[in-house]
Design a protein around this ligand. Structure first.
Ligand SMILES: NC(=O)c1ccc[n+]([C@@H]2O[C@H](COP(=O)([O-])OP(=O)(O)OC[C@H]3O[C@@H](n4cnc5c(N)ncnc54)[C@H](O)[C@@H]3O)[C@@H](O)[C@H]2O)c1
Length: 365
């Protein structure tokens, strides 16, 4: 191993191996230290891509469990005042391997939650950047996790399946031939993680999430309509949907999604029969969501103008089979369509519409 690293380093085959020598030393020291302390202190967690739809809420959940200082949120974008005030936040570009090494060492990180990514629709608009962020970035964090003996979580997606996969239901193990760069990069991440698990014993954990619904703005995915509709319908009573009314996709409320992540990270390794699991809560179409939302917005007017995202949605699972997650580590969702809509309406009204109205009133006086 030692010689292999030196040879590869000398040949300049892999920039990541620049830290190989030091990392062997670090890893040994880290292992000894962490073995002693593993059970006595809460895990120190680094979240990459932490200012997106999932990251900020994930940090809130983990901080409520392990303390504010135990969770380091990171991203390449400027944080709000609220983010800075709620706990440690640092700049971390996942394409900078040495920078990541420094963060892991300086903060004595145990768990890495890797959220940085370009989502499906955005990825199709900038394929070279999606390749870098979603593929090179995953190489960096997986190698980093191996070197420093971290437990690593990388989310995958329903987008990791394609038109050749069974769509209703889509089982945990089946054909995966996605047609988006996002999907290709996620299958790659799943396989890389499984390979590192089998080859090096890396504690790699991956959940394939469906469309995640929360009141925060989503990052450019194909299921974004199910968030945008709440903001627009509650403000104007109208919405133009970019998917056909009968497009069925699996979905999950953010609270279920992040609880799944936490329960999965805490699950004893021996319970996990695999390293990649489907998880979901419900499946619905735009017209079913509109019908449920109509009881809060009685004159809701929705028009349908499918765009390129329709082609992506048509190749994705309609119903996700997560029975293996339920069997192996006890996954159970709490939110169905009815209570999802009720929570979203309350959240968007209180935390967005009322606040914006108050700002407008303040600026006009
Ligand atoms: N939101 C969903 O519905 C959903 C569903 C399935 C899987 N996922 C996965 O969960 C993860 C988080 O999703 P999200 O919705 O929060 O995404 P998001 O697009 O909202 O956030 C991604 C973050 O990655 C950051 N990022 C981009 N390039 C980076 C770089 N070079 N270095 C560091 N950070 C960088 C962005 O600044 C952004 O804040 C992603 O991996 C996504 O594939 C999300």
């Amino acid at each position: 191993m030692f010689r292999k690293c030196l040879t590869t380093f000398a040949q300049g085959k892999n920039a990541n191996n620049a830290g190989c020598l030091t990392s062997i030393v670090c890893r040994t020291a880290h292992r000894r230290a962490s073995n002693k302390k593993a059970d006595s202190r809460p895990p120190k967690v680094l979240i990459t891509g932490g200012l997106g739809q999932l990251g900020i809420e994930c940090a809130k959940l983990l901080r409520s469990q392990y303390g504010a200082e135990s969770v380091v949120l990171s991203d390449i974008i400027k944080p709000s005042k609220e983010v800075i005030e709620s706990g440690p936040y640092i700049f971390a570009d996942i394409l900078d391997f040495k920078g990541l090494q420094k963060i892991v060492v300086d903060n004595r990180i145990d768990w890495l939650i890797h959220f940085s990514a370009l989502l499906s629709a955005i990825g199709e608009q900038n394929v070279p950047l999606a390749v870098r962020v979603n593929i090179e970035g995953v190489h960096n964090v997986i190698e980093l996790a191996k070197q420093y003996n971290l437990r690593i979580f990388v989310p995958s997606t329903i987008g990791a399946f394609g038109p050749d996969s069974p769509r209703n239901p889509t089982p945990n193990v089946t054909i995966q031939r996605p047609r988006t760069m996002y999907g290709v990069s996620k299958v790659h991440a799943e396989l890389m993680g499984e390979y590192y698990y089998h080859k090096f014993g890396l504690d790699f954990r991956c959940l394939r999430f469906p469309g995640v619904i929360s009141s925060d703005p989503p990052g450019g995915g194909t299921t974004d309509y199910a968030v945008a509709i709440f903001h627009e319908a509650l403000r104007s009573g109208k919405y133009t949907c970019y998917l056909r009314p009968d497009t069925r996709l699996p979905m999950m409320y953010i609270e279920d999604c992040l609880r799944a992540l936490l329960e999965f990270m805490r699950a004893p390794s021996e319970n996990l029969k695999r390293r990649v699991y489907n998880v979901t809560a419900m499946s619905f179409t735009p017209e079913e969501l509109v019908e449920e939302l109509s009881s809060y917005v009685p004159n809701l007017h929705v028009t349908y103008k499918p765009d390129s995202r329709q082609d992506i949605a048509d190749s994705w699972p309609q119903v996700f089979d997560d029975s293996e997650a339920r069997r192996d580590w006890g996954w159970q969702h709490k939110y169905d369509l009815k209570n999802l809509v009720s929570f979203m309406v309350k959240d968007v009204r209180e935390n967005f519409i009322k606040l914006e109205d108050a700002k407008v009133r303040a600026s006009s006086t």
